[in-house]
Design a protein around this ligand. Structure first.
Ligand code: GLA
Length: 682
């Protein structure tokens, strides 16, 4: 939990912004290590993440340890002032483990048992895996507890493994028995009467493996919850050992953002001292900049508004063959992106990876030291960035009070909402969670409005405006807390389809979006999904698509109605966008998927009504401006993502150059300015 104790543990960490990356010396002869530390010093590197995939080197046979090489690496790094984020290597069990414990290998939904030969070949439910992971964690903790290079524990790597098969089935049954108590309750909740699925004994229930046609949605959703709880259990195993053996050393684990969704980020964050993320641009063009902002906002929010660690980004090529090729980053982009992460609360920047390997699964992935060596554009940029981070060292101080960025808007983020949206056979496949959340975040980014994400079971009251772009399954308790937020003066924006079921995916009777109906002051009679290429016009000039609805007012007012070309089910002028005063607040509803410009216009209207301001009046449209706190000081980050020089009015000290600013300041295309403002937050 990021609390006061965490603050004390992390204090050993502050002083400068962390700079470095995943370091895999075990892949190289020792003479290369000496070149490594020389180059690290030249590049201003002060942090190395070591041992992430070293299990087979550290424990070459069950119970037999070889720490000699790691001792020498730790000593060498310490002698060169490089702090070590020491990983537990549990993401990749060694080959001997698979042979000794074949039942602990992962099994796919189709029943195929996967063999070692890659990584993550384990079943998180398998007792043998859990025991082996605990043993290597304890051995490492005891060995390096007092080593002066040890700065932080890096538990595992990117938790996210899901497995089916007999071991999982047994654990799943135990989880269900605890949740439901008896089979009658389970049968009723899952409505197993549908398609003759009634269970008479626990042994009849399996993880939802491949089946003939559509599976039971409630069964699948519970399996996702169970799988995430398993991973939280794996994390708990290790954190307990590390806290016992090294109570003063902070603990982190790296979240793969935003695409991995097999774990519960909020639950993870409560267990560690600091959230770390791995973040790789999902797009080459301007969408890549919004992606950086999005990843950073997630990380900071998961970490309760405190500074967080960028554990991995790439200098250029990323190992992802989804699109069939890797793309190079243009010069200067790595720097600009890094400043974006810093603006949004990062305590430094680490990379995957320090040195590109000569061979191995990801051998053409980029690194700080590329295959071509240090005499390269990439290493040059790495060195310049290291020097620049040195000049920004004052940012390493945690805020003396409050969050590192103080935003008044939050977007609801919930793993459960994502899993619910993955349910097959929803009325439209255009109801994806991540897409909806990203679109809302991007619209705010374009408007220059900065936002957090918020757990719907957390504290909504800290915000003036809360957005719910995708949350199909909403419990009565959650509905009550959204309503209380509005009554107390909050502004809430709910997107179509949200709240149409309860937490077990049971459709709420009487009208869709039923969980929000009283809050929104309306009744949704029918969902009217649209074809992928079909658009509807609203009577305020907005264009929309993908989805429409037959909505009746029950206290709300219409802000925009459907035009006359909407689906025959929807009469012209019937409500499309609504607004409902409720208590001291206002609840807004978007019953269709607005085109980007219309979404921005309406969110701008709503945030203005909610009294939400931007960090700077010039922010938006590619000029990213974010205020960040460090100590009792405020810093304004100004990042020009456009292709022209822009000249916002700035006042304070330019931290990178030392010049005093008071008036319009030219920020060249692709450049950034970090201003120490002349105000304090006291
Ligand atoms: C992840 C992993 C790394 C590496 C990179 C490649 O983030 O943690 O080990 O595979 O991706 O981009």
């Amino acid at each position: 939990m990021p609390d006061e104790l965490s603050g004390r543990r992390l204090a050993r960490w502050t002083g400068r912004l962390a700079y470095g990356g995943d370091y895999n010396p075990e892949q190289w002869p020792e003479e290369v290590w000496h070149e490594d530390v020389r180059l690290m010093r030249a590049a201003g590197v002060d942090t190395a993440t070591v041992g992430v995939f070293s299990w087979s080197m550290l424990e070459p046979a069950e119970g037999v340890h070889d720490f000699g090489w790691l001792d020498r690496v730790m000593d060498l790094l310490h002698q060169n002032d490089v702090k070590v984020v020491l990983a537990t290597p549990t993401a990749s069990p060694p080959p001997w483990f698979s042979l000794a414990h074949p039942e602990a290998l992962p099994v796919t939904a189709a029943g195929v048992r996967l063999m070692h030969g890659s990584r993550d070949t384990y079943n998180p439910a398998a007792p043998a895996y859990r025991a082996a992971a605990r043993r290597i964690t304890r051995a490492l903790a005891e060995r390096y507890a007092a080593h002066p290079a040890l700065a932080m524990w890096h538990v595992h790597n990117e938790y996210g493994t899901v497995s089916y098969g007999p071991v999982t089935d047994e654990a799943f049954r135990g989880w269900l028995a605890e949740r439901y108590g008896d089979l009658d309750t389970l049968n009723r909740t899952w409505n197993t009467a549908f398609w003759s699925q009634r269970y008479g004994r626990w042994e009849e229930i399996f993880a939802p493996q491949a089946t003939q046609y559509l599976p039971n949605p409630a069964h699948v959703l519970d399996f996702k919850r169970f799988s995430a709880d398993l991973l939280t259990g794996c994390l708990d195993d290790q954190v307990a050992i590390l806290r016992e053996v090294t109570p003063d050393v902070p603990v982190t684990t790296n979240f793969m953002l935003p695409t991995w969704n097999h774990y519960d980020q909020w639950a993870f964050a409560r267990r560690i001292d600091q959230v770390s993320i791995d973040h790789y641009l999902d797009n080459r063009g301007p969408a890549g900049e919004t992606h950086v902002a999005f990843g950073a906002d997630l990380a900071r929010s998961f970490n309760a508004g405190r500074p967080w660690l960028l554990m991995e980004q790439a200098t250029t090529l990323v190992y992802d063959y989804a699109g069939g090729r890797m793309y190079a980053k243009e010069p200067g982009r790595m720097r600009r992106n890094t400043l974006q992460y810093l603006a949004r609360g990062a305590t430094g920047s680490l990379f995957f990876q320090w040195r590109s390997p000569r061979v191995g699964a990801e051998f053409f992935h980029s690194a700080m030291v590329p295959h071509a060596g240090p005499d390269t554009r990439i290493f040059q940029e790495v060195t310049e960035l290291g020097a620049e981070l040195g000049r920004l060292a004052e940012l390493a101080e945690p805020p003396s009070r409050g969050p590192v960025n103080d935003h008044r808007v939050a977007i609801v983020w919930q793993p459960d909402a994502w899993w619910a949206a993955e349910t097959r056979a929803l009325p439209s496949s255009d109801t994806g969670f991540l897409d909806a959340v990203r679109r809302a975040h991007t619209a705010l980014w374009n408007l220059g409005v900065n936002a957090d994400v918020v757990d719907p079971d957390g504290d909504l009251a800290r915000y003036d405006l809360v957005l719910v772009p995708s949350m199909l399954a909403v419990s009565d308790e959650q509905a009550g807390s959204f309503d209380a937020f509005v009554r107390a003066g909050g502004h809430l924006v709910v997107w179509h389809f949200a709240g149409s079921t309860d937490e077990h995916l049971r459709v709420r009777p009487g009208g869709y979006s039923g969980a929000f109906a009283p809050t929104l002051g309306l009744r949704v009679e029918e969902h009217v999904p649209l074809a992928a290429d079909e658009a509807v016009a609203l009577d305020d000039g907005s264009t929309a698509g993908a989805w429409s609805e037959l909505v009746h007012l029950a206290g709300a007012e219409t802000v925009a109605g459907y035009g006359s070309d909407a689906h025959p089910v929807i009469p012209a002028g019937s409500p499309a966008i609504t607004r409902h005063r409720r208590g001291a607040g206002v609840a807004h509803y978007l019953s269709t998927r607005l085109a980007d410009d219309a979404l921005e216009r309406h969110l701008d209207r709503i945030r203005t009504e909610a009294g939400v301001t931007r960090a700077h009046e010039a922010a938006g449209g590619g000029l990213e401006i974010v205020r960040r706190r460090a100590g009792d000081r405020d810093y304004l980050f100004v990042l020009n993502h456009t292709s022209e020089t822009l000249s916002p009015v700035l006042a304070g000290t330019d931290v990178l150059t030392g010049r005093e600013l008071d008036g319009p300041v030219d920020v060249a295309a692709g450049d950034a300015v970090v201003v120490r403002e002349n105000t304090t937050t006291n």
